[in-house]
Design a protein around this ligand. Sequence first.
Ligand SMILES: NC(=O)C1=CN([C@@H]2O[C@H](COP(=O)(O)OP(=O)(O)OC[C@H]3O[C@@H](n4cnc5c(N)ncnc54)[C@H](OP(=O)(O)O)[C@@H]3O)[C@@H](O)[C@H]2O)C=CC1
Ligand SMILES: O=C(O)C1=N[C@H](C(=O)O)C[C@H](O)C1
Length: 245
Amino acid sequence: MIKVGVLGARGRVGVEVCKAVEAASDLELVAAIDKDDPIEGLEGAEVVVDFTHPDVVMGNLEWAIAHGIHPVVGTTGFDAARLDAVRDWLASSPGTNCLIAPNFGIAAVLMMHFAQQAARHFDSVEIIELHHPNKADAPSGTARRTAELVAEARAKAGVGPMPDATSAELDGARGADVDGVRVHAVRLAGLIAHQEVLLGGGGETLTIRHDTMDRAAFTPGVLLGVRRVGELPGLTVGLERLLDL
Ligand SMILES: NC(=O)C1=CN([C@@H]2O[C@H](COP(=O)(O)OP(=O)(O)OC[C@H]3O[C@@H](n4cnc5c(N)ncnc54)[C@H](OP(=O)(O)O)[C@@H]3O)[C@@H](O)[C@H]2O)C=CC1
Ligand SMILES: O=C(O)C1=N[C@H](C(=O)O)C[C@H](O)C1
């Protein structure tokens, strides 16, 4: 049995994670912690799952890693500086590992992977992410990561900059620039989490679309991370490593 703690246990995703852990015969839910509960309640956990908020996740990770608990992190808002800080904490706590994935949905990970594969074959790539209006960060962690993977694939293949003649622009009209890839964020009541990667060139376009219909979709990926994080040395970013992609 792996002893699991959940941070953000009463949140939209945390509730689903707690249910999934309780239903798994090889996992034991030893702590379900939310805002204002003492983090010390995690003592005794081997793995902690974090679905909280970009403003608090770094404090949670510093505490968990210092206490030798492997974090599996869904909370978004990670940039290179934050990842470096996590690497430093892990270096001071040998034997403790951490998995951070911007999206634990298997179909979402495949969407990112397909976008990365397709990116070098087209002149242009843009990303539109669409989420519920309670989301704190924009663009989404998934969109940022997709843009990074697309940019990396194009740079590796020696593909030049994308065509764009825009010379007069209302602020924000062309979206955010993530490593040269334009990312547009929509916040709309009624949505959960959705993304389109638009690729175009040579008289044709390809659209890769992913839709999350239910937050339970994140739990198989989270449980996979919980079961495997102990054997992944140091920091792992993205679930793709665990899916043999
Ligand atoms: N990687 C992935 O696959 C996915 C990632 N996410 C990300 O996960 C995060 C959470 O999303 P979501 O569940 O929708 O958000 P919610 O706001 O529904 O849930 C977050 C929960 O964490 C609580 N919380 C706040 N601070 C702390 C703290 N210090 N310790 C413990 N709990 C705390 C919140 O309490 P309160 O409401 O009182 O502040 C809330 O109950 C976001 O960053 C989101 O982008 C979401 C879906 C999938
Ligand atoms: O906040 C959300 O809801 C989600 N956040 C993650 C992100 O920022 O990519 C994953 C998914 O899109 C849902």
